[in-house]
Every structure is written in C-alpha cells, then in structure tokens.
Write a protein that binds this ligand. Structure first.
Ligand code: AMP
Length: 281
C-alpha cells in the first residue's frame, strides 16, 4: 500500500492510474478506523480497480470548543487495517499540507445544511464541504463512498457534487452497528462503561419509531414524543435534536408520508452521538 502525505504526489499517482484506465474509488475518513469504515473500504474495492482512503482529522470542521485535540488517533493501527483489506493507497496529509498559510477559500452548501447538525455546529458543513472538495482534487476519484450514519453529510456532498458539476459518483453505505445496536463511531471510545446502556437508547428509540410507523402512525408529534420518552427515561442523556425530516431537503415534516429521515443527536455525558434511520419505506 502506498502511503502518501503530499497532495502533488497523490495527484501524480491518480493521474498515472487514470492514464492506465483504472477506476479510482475513494473513502474519506478521520481515522481511528472501526468496522463501519472497513465496510466502506470493502465496498470501494468492489466499485473500483484502485481504492484510496484518506485519514485526516479536519480542523476546519471543528469549532474551538469541540474535540479536535482529543479526537482519537491511531495511524499505525489504521494503516495495518487498510493493508489487510487490500487498499491501494492511504492519503494522510498534515494540517499544514491541506491548509497552508494564506488559505482563504471555503465551499459552502446552503439549504440542506441549515437544520440538524448544521444548526448545532454552525461551521461544521463548511469545513466538511471544503475538505471533501480538496480531497477530491487530490485523489481524483471516479467514485466515493460515504456512510449513511452521517446522513446530512451524505446529502450535503451529493448536493455539492451536483451543484459544482463534479464528475464523481457518490455512493451511500448503510449504517454499521455493534451487535447491541449502537451505531459504530470513533467517538464511542469516549463512552464510559456506565454510559453505554444510555447510548443504546438511540438505536432503541429508532426501533420504537419504526414500530409506530409500521403500525400506521403518521403524526410526527406522536412519533417524536415516543422517541423523546425513550431517550430521556432514566436520565443521563441530553437531546441536542430528535427530528423528522424530508430525506432530500432536510426540512422538518409534520406527517410521515413516504420516506422520512428520523435523525438524532444526543449528548451522553461529554460524548455527542448521532444516529438515524429512514422511516416509511
Ligand atoms: P469519520 O471518520 O467519522 O469522518 O467517517 C468517515 C466515513 O465513514 C463517513 O462517510 C462516515 O459516514 C462513515 N461511517 C462512520 N461510521 C459509520 C458507521 N457506523 N456505519 C457506516 N458508515 C460509517
């Protein structure tokens, strides 16, 4: 596996592969890889003839009060996983390689980033859209795989690719969960043992909502009441948001008629967890 720290070197490798008719499939990550990331990488290997992972904890998407400094990192372990899976190249730039002195250009996607995580984390999607654009220009992929765990991020990237006419196919990958239902996340490592049962309420509340919708309930207020009750029963969880939204516009809806995103962000102690599912399909 090639390990590349430099943007120009990554571009040269991508150009050489493209000249040989290879199809480049790309998975951007912030590292501290878990089975969710590895599943995306396996999908990328099937979609392309060359697969590339990026591992970069992107300062531009963290507010000063957030966990940039403490975000878990384990580069050597991550690279071993990538070798085992058969990834062709790992792009691991430094922050100064990505944002050299004088950097002043950002990509902003407007409508779909207003609600949910965009409302709680105002600079987040600007940082995500900017770094993903830069990574796309470095890796020059034909296709890129993103997890539905970050549903609003996936919608934002699709919107950006469409609006900027980027010639890249975006593929969404289903959420990979622990056996107990907890959506895999690098941030799960922050959870204390006693917080884990509280964290399980996220996936449990999604199930409750699904059962309600399957049994004919359409009223958002009633569904969200059941979700809120499940999340807060027993204490220890603080809801950032629990909302039902249109899967394309990410605007809130009053009735579940057709595919509807149920999106959650919940603080369990000092850890902010997100999870979601699409109801009504
Ligand atoms: P991150 O390293 O958290 O920025 O995630 C990198 C990519 O992996 C993003 O496209 C995420 O949506 C995806 N991802 C993270 N966790 C999961 C999961 N549990 N299931 C599926 N995809 C995931």
């Amino acid at each position: 596996m090639r390990i590349i720290e430099n943007i120009a070197e990554m571009q040269r490798l991508a150009d050489a592969w493209r000249a040989q008719g290879e199809r480049i499939a790309f998975v951007p990550t912030m590292g501290y890889l878990h089975e969710g990331h590895l599943s995306l990488l396996r999908t990328a290997r099937q979609l392309g003839t060359r697969s590339v992972i990026s591992i970069f904890v992107n300062p531009a998407q963290f507010a000063p009060t957030e966990d940039l400094a403490s975000y878990p990192r384990a580069l050597d372990r991550d690279l071993d996983f990538c070798v085992q899976i058969g990834v062709d190249a790992a792009f691991v730039p430094s922050a100064s390689e990505m944002y050299p002195e004088g950097f002043q250009t950002y990509v902003e996607v407007t409508g779909v980033t207003k609600n949910l995580c965009g409302a709680s984390r105002p600079i987040f999607f600007r940082g995500v859209a900017t770094v993903v654009s830069k990574l796309f220009n470095a890796v020059k992929p034909h296709t890129a795989v993103f997890g539905q765990k970050d549903f609003q991020q996936l919608v934002t990237i699709r919107r950006m690719v469409k609006d900027l006419n980027l010639d890249i196919e975006i593929v969404g990958h289903e959420i990979v969960r622990e056996k107990d239902g907890l959506a895999m996340s690098s941030r799960n490592t922050y959870l204390k043992a006693e917080e884990r049962p509280i964290a399980l309420r996220l996936s449990r509340s999604l199930q409750i909502a699904r059962q309600l919708v399957d049994s004919g309930e359409k009223d958002s207020k009633k569904i969200l009441k059941a979700v809120n009750d499940c999340l807060t029963a027993g204490g220890g969880a603080s809801i950032d948001y629990a909302k039902l939204c249109d899967t394309e516009t990410i605007e809130e809806i009053e009735k579940v008629e057709g595919p509807t995103l149920l999106a959650l962000a919940v603080w369990v102690g000092k850890t902010r967890l997100i999870d979601n599912c699409v109801l009504g399909r």
